[in-house]
Write a protein of this length. Structure first.
Length: 89
């Protein structure tokens, strides 16, 4: 199978740094102040598609380190704790 990106012996980022920041990855755009953008291996659209697919794959397989429960869950948890305490009483 053809491999486009070489995997080195040690990763560029720690697993924590990767899992907390991979959703912010993007390809450079001309309006960000670059004089010239060249996509050597494939077209810009193929690069965008590859990055989008890679991010989707990471979202399904990576542990989310900075996930916090919302208000809905906190309310349901309090209700559950009250119900559980009434059962124990």
């Amino acid at each position: 199978k053809k491999q486009v990106f070489r995997k080195g012996p040690c990763p560029d980022l720690t697993s924590y740094a990767l899992s907390t920041s991979f959703t912010k990855f993007s390809l450079p755009e001309k309006d960000e102040g670059f004089d010239e953008l060249r996509f050597e291996w494939s077209s810009q659209q193929k690069g965008k598609d590859y990055l989008r697919q890679w991010i989707q794959d990471k979202k399904t397989t990576t542990r989310i380190e900075d996930l916090h429960p919302g208000d809905w869950f906190a309310n349901k948890w309090k209700e559950w704790q009250k119900t559980l305490q009434s059962w124990h009483a």
